[in-house]
Design a protein around this ligand. Structure first.
Ligand code: A3P
Length: 361
């Protein structure tokens, strides 16, 4: 018993000694540094928020189920505006600074959408916009508001790229413009959403659409046989490639949910002829500095389109894929003229509603 009591005492003594030595020799400064770094990051995030926006705060949208159970009381989303020094260097260094400080990017719901139109030049616009350090965009078409809406906002957010404070999250799904349920759903998620529509001469657009489908099918009727009813001169308005081009109808539906000021119409033709001009309009619309400019583009004579000198993913000059900028099949000029006549009144109404003449005659 005496011996046991003695060994307990020795054991306790050894433990106390080990703890004492551990406290003496192990450096605890990293723990303190970690705590202080966390406090600094928190402070930086708050100060970055304040300096990068002119508008009060970036109201991050709450995850709400698409059944109307909104938990977010904030109605609209604010957008980053030009930053204090308004230079490219200033903008880049702000993001670099945030990255260097170890801020972790997080996924956000988009605050700007390219909603259409299919074959208008939507991929080109998105790829050009990705040059901007304040824009982060989902790579492929997400189809949330038309195909995957039941999956909820959490699903949608997971498809978005991670962003730092001050960066805009975007996605493009051209079918949104022509799908009737979409405007209401977008408004439910964010009534302040910025909406970009790339439009192109509806006749050329229809031919482009047809060319794309034809490239995937072995047997396909002629364009003229699909565009007119039973070989007549009557336009088959139920044929989807032609329906899409009645832009005024789709816009009227969207305007029931969003004011015109939240739309930007980009000319698909000018996006090819003068990409910088159209990109400048988009940057202004998004409240961003004019970072994307002439030095980012070159004209590739072989492809016949503007291409990029470098991009986020590639440091060498490159054009869009070979399925963008395809050559179109020969279409009977009489058929083309008939379609132009068909679209003329719709185009005129579209120009009036959009407040812009796109010059398709
Ligand atoms: P075509 O292939 O019929 O010429 P979307 O990306 O919306 O599907 O649009 C495809 C169209 O974008 C192409 O149709 C092409 O005319 C147009 N486009 C605009 N800028 C382009 C670019 N820089 N490179 C390739 N295609 C471009």
């Amino acid at each position: 018993m005496e011996l046991r009591k003695g060994s307990w005492k020795i054991l306790i003594l050894v433990c106390v000694l080990v703890i004492y030595l551990w406290m003496l020799f192990v450096d605890h400064s990293h723990m303190l540094a970690d705590i202080s770094q966390r406090i600094t990051l928190q402070k930086t995030r708050i100060s970055a928020r304040n300096t990068m926006y002119q508008s009060p705060d970036r109201s991050r949208i709450e995850e709400t189920p698409p059944n109307g159970l909104r938990t977010d009381s904030k109605k609209s989303q604010s957008f980053p505006s030009r930053n204090a020094n308004n230079t490219l260097e200033g903008s880049l260094s702000e993001y670099q600074m945030l990255k260097q400080q170890g801020l972790v990017p997080s996924r956000q719901l988009p605050t700007a959408l390219i909603i259409g139109v299919k074959k208008g030049g939507t991929r080109a616009l998105l790829e050009f916009l990705r040059l901007h350090p304040a824009i982060r965009a989902a790579g492929s078409e997400v189809h949330f508001f038309d195909h995957h809406y039941v999956k909820g906002f959490r699903w949608y957010r997971r498809r978005m790229p991670p962003t730092l404070v001050g960066q805009i999250t975007m996605e493009k799904t051209p079918s949104y413009f022509v799908t009737s349920e979409v405007p209401k759903r977008v408004k439910h998620m964010n009534p302040g959403m910025k909406l970009i529509v790339v439009v192109r001469d509806p006749v050329t657009r229809a031919i482009s659409d047809y060319t794309q489908v034809k490239s995937k099918r072995r047997k396909m009727p002629r364009f003229e046989d699909l565009a007119f009813l039973n070989g007549s001169r009557i336009v088959d308005t139920s044929w989807v490639p032609l329906k899409i081009g009645v832009y005024v109808r789709h816009l009227e539906r969207w305007l029931q949910y969003f004011p015109l000021s939240q739309f930007l119409f980009v000319s698909g033709e000018r996006l090819i002829a003068d990409p910088v001009m159209e990109i400048t309009r988009v940057q202004d619309f998004l409240g961003l500095k004019r970072v994307i400019c002439e030095k980012h583009f070159y004209f590739n004579a072989t492809k016949g389109f503007p291409c990029l000198l470098k991009s986020e993913d590639r440091a060498t000059p490159h054009c869009l894929g070979k399925n963008k900028g395809r050559s179109h099949p020969y279409i009977d000029p009489m058929a083309v003229q008939r379609l132009r006549d068909f679209y003329r009144p719709f185009n005129q109404r579209f120009y009036q509603l959009a407040g812009m003449d796109f010059g398709w005659y």
